[in-house]
Design a protein around this ligand. Structure first.
Ligand code: ADP
Ligand code: MG
Length: 477
C-alpha cells in the first residue's frame, strides 16, 4: 500500500528595515554582540514600543502581491515564555488577528502548475540568539537580533511532496526579494523555514504532523522532509504512532531529531499587548502601497517572452532575480532593443559563468550593462565575431576599458574586406596542395580543414560567413 505526504510551511522572512520593529536600534547583520539592542528591545520597565511604519508597508506589499486580504484591523499580542535570549519574558507577535489573511502562490513542478493557498501572514519580533561556541563551557547571549522585524508566512497543508515544498519555498523567496521586503539571505537567517510534515493512507484523514524547525537552505529542506516522511512511514508500519512534536534537522547526520513533544509544549498565555494600539490599515494606505508596487516575477516572465521573443526557459532564468532582469533589460535597451536573444545568451552564458566562477552577484559584476551592451553592439555590426567577443569579454572583466578600446588596442577587428580574405584563402590553398588534390578527388570533409586553416591564419579575425563563401568559390576554380 502507498502513502500520501502532506506538508505545510511556516516561513519567517526578516523584513528589510534599517531599524527594529518597535525601536530605533539598527538591524544590520554581523555587529559585535549586544551593541544593537536598546532598552526597548530588552523590555526594560518604563519604555514603550513604537511600531515601525516601514514594516506595515511591507506587510501590505506582500498581501497585495499574493492576492490576500489586508486586514483593516490587526492586533499585536504577547506570547509569554522564558528563555535566556528573551529577557522581556514575552515575544510580541500577531496572533488572533494577523495583518494578512489568505492569498495564493502558484508553483510549477515537472511542468505542472499548482496553486498553494496561504493561511495568513503576521508581523512579529525576533528573539535574541544563544551562542554556544567559543565560550569554554559557557553560552553567550547576543541580543542584537531581539526586536528584528519578521513576517511569518503560513501556508495551508496543500503541499504533497518535498519537491512541491521546495518549489513553494523558492517561489516565496524570489517574491519577497522582488518586493524588496526581505534580502533573502538564508545563511544569515533572513529567510527560515519550518516544515510541518505528516503521512496518511490514500483516502484516510491527514496524519499527525511533526514540525521541523528553522531549516535554512532549500537542499536541507528537501532532505529534511524526505527523511521525515520515511521516518513516519517506518514508525506507522512498525505498529507505532507518530507523535505531534517539534524536530530539528541535523544536516551532518542527514536526519531529524526530536526537540520537544506536544506534551511539553508551552502554554503561551497570549494576550493583546497593552503597550501597543491595534494596527489600523486604511484604504488610502493600501492605495499608496499599490501605486508603488514593482512588477512581479510571473508578470515579468510573461512580458519577457512577449516583448523580447524569449522562450520559457530563457525568460525564467533572466527573471530569476530582479537584479538579473534589470541588468538584462539595460543591456537590451543600450543596444537599441535590436537583438534581445543575443543579449540573453550573453547574460545567461558568458556573464553568468564568470560571475559564478568569481563568486560574485550580478550587482558586483565588473562589466556593467553599458559595457556589456558595447560589446554586443560590435557583434551585431560584425566588427568582431562571437568567438573573438569572448576574448574581448575576458579583457573587459579585468579592466575598465570599453569593448571598442580593447578591439582597437588588440587589433581584433573582424576582417570583412573580400579582397583581403580572398588573398588569404588563396595563400592557404597554395600551402596545402596535397589536401587540395584530395578535396578535388571527392573528400568533401576537407572543406572544414581549409576553413580552420584560414581562421588560424587570420587569428580568428576573418568573418566566418565570408570565409566559407570565398573558400567555396576558390576551391571550385
Ligand atoms: P500551529 O498553530 O500549532 O502552528 P497550525 O494549524 O497553524 O498549527 O499549522 C501550522 C502549519 O502546519 C501550517 O502550515 C499548516 O498548513 C500545517 N499543517 C496543519 N496540519 C497538517 C498536517 N496534518 N500535515 C502537515 N502539515 C499540516
Ligand atoms: Mg507553528
Amino acid at each position: 500500500m502507498t502513502w500520501e505526504t502532506v506538508i505545510g510551511l511556516e516561513v519567517h522572512a526578516q523584513l528589510a528595515t534599517n531599524t527594529k520593529i518597535f525601536s530605533a536600534a539598527s538591524t544590520a547583520f554581523g555587529a559585535m554582540p549586544n551593541t544593537q539592542a536598546c532598552l526597548v528591545d530588552l523590555g526594560m520597565p518604563g519604555v514603550l514600543p513604537v511600531l515601525n511604519k516601514g514594516v506595515v508597508d511591507m506587510a501590505i506589499r506582500f498581501g497585495l502581491a499574493v492576492g490576500a486580504t489586508v486586514a483593516e484591523k490587526s492586533v499585536f499580542a504577547r506570547k509569554n515564555y522564558f528563555y535566556p535570549d528573551l529577557p522581556k519574558g514575552y515575544q510580541i507577535s500577531q496572533f488572533e488577528l494577523p495583518v494578512v489573511l489568505g492569498g495564493q502562490i502558484t508553483i510549477e513542478v515537472d511542468g505542472k502548475k499548482k496553486v498553494i493557498n496561504l493561511t495568513r501572514a503576521h508581523l512579529e519580533e525576533d528573539a535574541g540568539k544563544s551562542l554556544h561556541e567559543d565560550f569554554e563551557g559557557y553560552s553567550g547571549i547576543d541580543l542584537n537580533r531581539a526586536g528584528t522585524p519578521l513576517l511569518e508566512i503560513v501556508s495551508e497543508p496543500d503541499l504533497r511532496s518535498p519537491a512541491e515544498a521546495v518549489a513553494y519555498a523558492k517561489k516565496l523567496h524570489e517574491l519577497v526579494q522582488y518586493l524588496g521586503i526581505c534580502d533573502g539571505n538564508m545563511q544569515e537567517g533572513s529567510f527560515r523555514v519550518d516544515a510541518n510534515v505528516s503521512v496518511h493512507r490514500p483516502g484516510a484523514p491527514f496524519g499527525t504532523r511533526a514540525e521541523i524547525k528553522n531549516v535554512n537552505s532549500f537542499k536541507f529542506l528537501e532532505r529534511a522532509i524526505m527523511f521525515e516522511v520515511e521516518r513516519q512511514i517506518d514508525v506507522i508500519e512498525a505498529g507505532g504512532q507518530v507523535v505531534q512534536e517539534t524536530r530539528l534537522y541535523d544536516a551532518a547526520k542527514d536526519e531529524t531529531r526530536s526537540m520537544r513533544s506536544k506534551e511539553e509544549a508551552m502554554d503561551y498565555r497570549y494576550f493583546p499587548c497593552p503597550d501597543l494600539l491595534p494596527l489600523i490599515i486604511t484604504p488610502a494606505m493600501i492605495e499608496a502601497v499599490k501605486a508603488d508596487m514593482p512588477e512581479l516575477p510571473d508578470a515579468k516572465r510573461a512580458r519577457f517572452m512577449s516583448q523580447y521573443g524569449l522562450n520559457d526557459y530563457d525568460a525564467m532564468v533572466l527573471t530569476n532575480s530582479r537584479e538579473i532582469a534589470d541588468y538584462y533589460e539595460a543591456v537590451v535597451a543600450a543596444t537599441g532593443g535590436k537583438d534581445a536573444k543575443i543579449a540573453a545568451n550573453w547574460v545567461m552564458g558568458e556573464l553568468n559563468a564568470r560571475l559564478n566562477n568569481d563568486n560574485l552577484s550580478i550587482s558586483e559584476s565588473p562589466v556593467d550593462a553599458q559595457r556589456m551592451a558595447g560589446l554586443i553592439a560590435r557583434i551585431l555590426d560584425q566588427t568582431i565575431s562571437g568567438k573573438i567577443a569572448k576574448d574581448v569579454f575576458d579583457a573587459m572583466w579585468t579592466s575598465q576599458d570599453s569593448a571598442d578600446a580593447i578591439i582597437e588596442s588588440k587589433g581584433l577587428k573582424q576582417i570583412t574586406d573580400p579582397v583581403a580574405i580572398a588573398a588569404m584563402v588563396r595563400g592557404v590553398i597554395d600551402q596545402f596542395p596535397e589536401q587540395l588534390a584530395q578535396y578535388k578527388g571527392g573528400r568533401d570533409k576537407l572543406f572544414g580543414f581549409f576553413v580552420g586553416e584560414v581562421m588560424k591564419a587570420t587569428k580568428g579575425k576573418a568573418n566566418p560567413g565570408q570565409v566559407n563563401q570565398i573558400l567555396k568559390d576558390e576551391l571550385a576554380k
